[in-house]
Design a protein around this ligand. Sequence first.
Ligand SMILES: [Zn+2]
Ligand SMILES: [Zn+2]
Length: 379
Amino acid sequence: MAEQDLYKVLGVEKDASQDEIKKAYRKLSKKYHPDLNHEPGAEDKFKAVNDAYETLGDPQKRAQYDQFGSTGGQQGFGGGAGGFGGQDFGGFGGGGFEDIFSSFFGGSGGGRRPNPTAPQQGRDLQYEMTLKFEDAIFGKKTNITYNREEQCETCGGSGAKPGTSPVTCSKCHGSGYIQVQTNTPLGRMMSQQVCDVCHGTGKEIQDKCATCGGSGHTEQSHSIKVTVPAGVEEGQQMRLQNQGEAGANGGPYGDLFIIFRVEPSDEFERDGATIYFKLPIDFVQAALGDEVRVKTVHGDVKMKIPAGTQTGTTFRLRGKGAPKLRGNGTGDEQVTVSIQTPTKLNKGQKEALKTFAKASGKTVAGNGKSSLFDKLFNN
Ligand SMILES: [Zn+2]
Ligand SMILES: [Zn+2]
């Protein structure tokens, strides 16, 4: 389906203000309103004007349209997407123009029942994306594919066989509601019910579209590019407009919420922008001081261990953590050292340690054979 230039549909310039767009829409939707204009083609123009305003009337969607030439979904503009054409607005209680238009513009509607034939946005969808530990830190570009209800390409969402269009429901005359009369002991009572012929849509489809069976939607595999922002965390969500399911009565697509799951790392822990790393060092390094190589997600870096470092001491490597998702900068890596006691000593090492003990003015009983501890546990 060829997409029309939405600015031309509304007869405004590309740099028109939101106010000018709204005025143009009000003027044209009155001009082509099916209640007033019975010329052939007026109904299609009315739909096209509504579709154009759906996009251009919303600054966010308009920006997207300006950039990509569509609002991201498979919306066919002006393609008989069901909706307003040809219906009468009796269901509103005959309140005249201002009433009709206030309901288009989200006016309060003061206790009226919802209009079943109004365009409705499609359902939102959720997509769980599992990220490797590093990908959550640095972000990535990826493609995702999922199934969603899309507007049927064969019928453009109308549900009617190509070449035919849905007609105004013969029973409810398009309102979606019927008056039901019941005789009661108190007299005749009138009540409103959803029309059983059109199920509230106000439209009857005489020749159903073979592709979608009259629903106007088909389940399709849908692929999109996703840019995972650097610094996302487990459980965070990202909303992608119009990547959900097709709307009803020509309404816009719903949104897609991507929920991020982050795989744990064997080496690092992370809390927000801070990354934690455990570094084992031996007691000689701790006592004498040393320069060591430390792993970070940005690659290995050198770090000084000062002489006399105690086990459990934490050192901070500035800027070696994860990017901050909100705001600027990068967090730190916190390196916590743990001092390893050697488990197997050769003769030379033992002698050296005894000498060390002697130099410290201490005597150490254990020699590996006579200690009570060894007898009990090291047989
Ligand atoms: Zn169809
Ligand atoms: Zn009906």
